[in-house]
Design a binder for this molecule. Structure first.
Ligand code: 1GP
Length: 258
């Protein structure tokens, strides 16, 4: 099976480091005037790609301008993280083509995907097939996506969803605690899902604020650790990003060694 350029690059990085860190930029919380220094810091911290999106993105012109600035000023690949069909942009390289598997509303499971698929094809975006699961607090993503949120103490529910996603051919499984979650997804939860979907790319995000958080989810088996809020505010941004990136690599190395 051949995979696209962006997915192949992510796989190479995961193969090299064990786990990697990706930053999520939300054009609603990072302004157009801030995006260039933020993206440069992300590149400097060793991220191969940047995710762009957020639960409340609706201005497609702003999204295009935002991504264009990232592309013109860095060599980062841009992966869209859409909340809806309006989260697609011709300026990006790839899109998390997600189904919110634990939504109560079929629109977020297959409806938006049906509307968005022809646009993804027309824009020539690389689609990363992804099962998206909202866990714990769920934040705005849980609210907007009408998710039947999976409790932190019921990892077997998420494991069953992840297995189903993998049988359906999805190559990425994303466990989302919601942006700004007070506590990130527990390592035992991540490890339970990990074991069921060996060979798939496990993505974990939401509430990861410091190196020790990133370390624990990478050690538990996350291939990709996503942070969003961490880049907001200029103070010590580069150091914080580097600390997360180093902790993710260390977590993966300790996982391999154990
Ligand atoms: C992406 O929602 C996350 O999965 C981002 O969460 O803003 O808490 O890092 P934070």
């Amino acid at each position: 099976m051949t995979v696209g350029k962006v997915e192949a690059a992510l796989l190479r990085q995961i193969d090299k480091w064990g786990s990697i860190h990706l930053s999520l930029l939300d054009p609603v919380t990072t302004s157009l005037s801030e995006v260039v220094p933020v993206a440069r810091d992300i590149e400097e911290a060793g991220c191969a790609a940047v995710m762009v999106g957020g639960s409340t993105v609706a201005d497609m012109q702003l999204l295009d301008d935002f991504i264009r600035r990232v592309k013109e000023n860095t060599s980062l690949s841009v992966i869209l993280f859409p909340n809806n069909v309006g989260g697609l942009s011709k300026e990006a390289d790839a899109v998390c083509f997600m189904s919110l598997l634990n939504s109560r509303n079929p629109y977020y499971i297959t409806g938006a995907q049906m509307l968005g698929a022809p646009i993804v094809q027309r824009l020539g975006l690389e689609a990363l097939p992804m099962g998206y699961l909202i866990v714990g607090e769920g934040g705005s993503a849980g609210f907007v996506g009408d998710a039947n949120r999976l409790p932190y103490d019921r990892p077997t529910l998420a494991r069953a969803y992840a297995l189903a996603a993998s049988f359906l051919g999805m190559r990425f499984i994303y466990l989302e605690a919601g942006s700004g979650a007070k506590t990130h997804i527990p390592p035992e939860f991540v490890a339970c899902v990990r074991k069921a979907i060996l060979g798939k790319i496990l993505v974990v995000g939401g509430g990861i604020k410091q190196g020790s958080d990133a370390y624990s989810v990478a050690k538990a088996g996350a291939d990709i650790v996503v942070t969003g809020t961490l880049v907001e505010g200029a103070s010590l941004r580069r150091q914080r990003l580097s600390q997360i990136a180093d902790s993710v690599k260390q977590g993966a190395a300790d996982r391999k060694a154990s």
